[in-house]
Design a binder for this molecule. Sequence first.
Ligand code: NAD
Length: 255
Amino acid sequence: MKTALITGGASGIGKACVIRMAQEGYGVVVADVNMPAAEALAEELTAKGLAAIAVHMDVSSEEEVESGFDKMMETYGSCDLVMSNAGIQIVHPFDEYPFSDWKKMMAIHADGAFLVARAAFRRMKASGKGGRIVFTGSVQSFVGSKLKEPYNFAKHGVAGIAKAIAREGAEYGIYTYTICPSFIKTPLVEKQIPEQARDLGITEEEVVKNIMLRDTVDGQFTTVEDVANTLAFLANDQGALTGQSLRLTHGWAMM
Ligand code: NAD
């Protein structure tokens, strides 16, 4: 059985990807700090006869990342697909951005991406079978956004590390990708709408229309299913797309 570990797998984009890969026949690992939600999802899938486990994994902890991957290997014996997806958002005007919040953002987005990808790489290389490492980037991997300097820094960074790992991983059959969605209505985004309205002195409707969807060609949100479909597609890529960032942005930041 092929296997997939998805961080931040208990909610939003990660949850949709967990469900999709389980439906594709993968043994899935829901890796999250929210254990009640991760366990509930794993139970829901196993009740349907699909293979799923939940592990507590704070992606900023080297120990928890390594032990979560060890649990994956003990349970399934292989590590084929890994999605480094866990993330948070903290918005502030740049001149008021607390250093402590910058550090929180870096711990999850930068340290987390490094630790999860390295743990995956180690196991995929050791197996001799290779595998696929997918980062959740963002349209913010390419553009800049008010109030989001640390997020922009980190999301540009994951697109960069994916390219470097693609070079180093090729000889072991390890392929890497960055999926870069524009805004998707998940808990992470629902939380930002009132916060941005407050910080920018505009209404919540204006945040959605004039900020989140302004640069799309059709005024549409991307969906969690769009990301899950892309992940399922990349799971079968044989290297043609390695190192690439795929933009799911409704025309925002076209190449
Ligand atoms: P979400 O809030 O619905 O889910 C995030 C999950 O990550 C939660 O289950 C949370 O418990 C988990 N998490 C938080 N900190 C963690 C940690 N330290 N270790 C492990 N898990 C942790 O958010 P989402 O919108 O699904 O976002 C998932 C990813 O997609 C993030 O990297 C985000 O930056 C990115 N993204 C989101 C959007 C969007 O519009 N929603 C767009 C582009 C990119």
